[in-house]
Design a protein around this ligand. Structure first.
Ligand code: GUN
Ligand code: ZN
Length: 425
């Protein structure tokens, strides 16, 4: 058993539904075998449990582990391709790198870089876009299992438009996806996600196989891209003769365990369809900004009741930090003026933690309530750095959290725990 002493912040009640930031300034969390057994003021917890070892996490903030709802494993080495719109960026930056994962030893090294980068940025759960090659997907699941990271991932599928070495056929897709799901879905913390890359690169036969796989895998997930860029939206509509969301829905791919990334250019009809089916949207603001995809219509998602959580979309996105992602989400809504949603720091924390956990069906993480698993990130900068100077001078916990989103970086992540185990040095 360990008694953690820290300033603990989380969002067990949705701030979009009137919930407020929950804060324990000199707080305590009693953790046994990965479960939070008690929570409250440190002094009281100390009196109640006088014999337990104390771990003091002073001078910073202890937050729930981040949940990244959209991040590409094969793109960890392709971050920073600036100055191109989506389809050019795919052609010139992302896809040449993704093709390199055909080499299993390159894939293992990339999986190592990826998993380490996620953990070091404080991400403890993620819905991960896998690779186009089955051995590379095995490498990802193996590396994630070794660190304890909670990942949901799968083989990325495409049968048109992309370069030849990334294409598959419906039969091979079915066989390889089945084998991977058999091996990994429900093994430890891993779960399988059927992953058509985007309907622009998938014909109806392949999407139909995706529907078949989703039916076959009990509790299986589906993830893909949707409505990211106006050029691809027009091409998808022309190819399928339906809306972008409709191209997935007609194959049974839009449901409670579906997460679609971006949705920047959604119509009201598409938002209704997503809401009716309980599907979630991964909002990836640094990617949307970097690729010039557009500004995310958060207000319309909220009005339609479509669940939204944050994703980094590495490498279209500019890094693994959910602080940066939250800050960019805030900027984007500010710049939308009257069409934007004014976001507080509590909203940002919710979008980076509890909203993602709920969207991914990870009911036992997402906040630091009694009974939840202890997935946590300790943010603490150098004593004389701007982050610490500002945290020491915060007016209240909401202000401290705003400072964390304004100033926090991966380098300020001083400790990360998954299921009660410390996974960073
Ligand atoms: N659409 C299809 N593939 C990708 C990708 O790798 N990144 C992004 N941002 N959008 C995509
Ligand atoms: Zn993506």
């Amino acid at each position: 058993m360990t008694l953690y002493r820290a300033t603990v912040l989380d969002t067990p009640q949705d701030p979009f539904a009137g919930g407020r930031l929950r804060a324990e300034q000199d707080g305590g969390l009693l953790v046994r075998d990965g479960t939070i057994l008690a929570r409250g003021g440190f002094a009281q917890l100390r009196r109640d449990h006088p014999g337990e070892p104390i771990e003091t996490l002073d001078g910073g903030l202890l937050l729930p582990g981040f949940v990244d709802t959209h991040v590409h494993y094969p793109q960890v080495r392709a971050i920073g391709g600036l100055g191109m719109p989506l389809l050019d960026w795919l052609q010139r930056c992302a896809l040449p790198e993704e093709a390199r994962l055909a080499d299993p030893s390159y894939a293992v090294a990339t999986a190592d870089d990826f998993v380490r980068s996620l953990v070091r940025s404080g991400t403890t759960s993620a819905l991960v876009f896998g690779a186009h090659f089955a051995p590379a997907v095995d490498a990802l699941f193996s590396r994630a299992a070794a660190t304890g990271l909670r990942i949901t991932s799968g083989l990325v599928l495409s049968d048109r438009i992309l370069r030849d070495d990334l294409l598959t056929s419906a039969d091979v897709a079915l066989e390889q996806s089945r084998a991977l799901a058999d091996r990994w879905h429900g093994t430890g913390r891993a779960r399988y996600a059927v992953t058509p890359r985007f309907s622009l690169s998938c014909g109806d036969d392949l999407l139909s196989v995706c529907g078949e796989l989703l039916d076959e895998i009990p509790g299986g997930w589906m993830t893909t891209h949707v409505n990211e860029n106006t050029v691809e939206v027009a091409q998808v509509e022309e190819f399928f003769g339906t809306s972008y969301v409709g191209s997935y829905d007609k194959h049974g791919l839009v449901g409670r365990r579906s997460v679609l990334a971006h949705n920047v250019h959604a119509t009201d009809e598409e938002l209704r369809l997503l809401a009716d089916h309980g599907a979630g949207v991964a909002h990836c603001p640094t990617s949307n900004s970097s690729l010039g995809s557009g500004s995310f219509p958060l207000r319309r998602h909220l009005e339609h009741g479509v669940p939204v959580a944050l994703g980094t979309d590495v490498g279209g996105g500019t890094g693994f930090s959910m602080f940066k992602e939250g800050l960019q989400a805030y900027f984007m809504q500010q710049l939308l003026g009257a069409d934007g949603v004014p976001l507080t720091a509590a909203h940002l924390l919710h979008l980076a933690t509890s909203a993602g956990a709920a969207m991914l069906g990870l009911d036992d993480v997402g906040d630091l309530s009694v009974g939840k698993r202890f997935d946590a990130v300790w943010l603490r900068g150098a004593d004389d750095g701007a982050l610490q100077v500002n945290l020491r001078n915060a007016l209240d916990p909401d202000n401290a959290l705003a400072k964390a989103f304004a100033l926090g970086t991966d380098a300020d992540v001083a400790g990360v725990w998954i299921d009660g185990e410390r996974v960073t040095d």
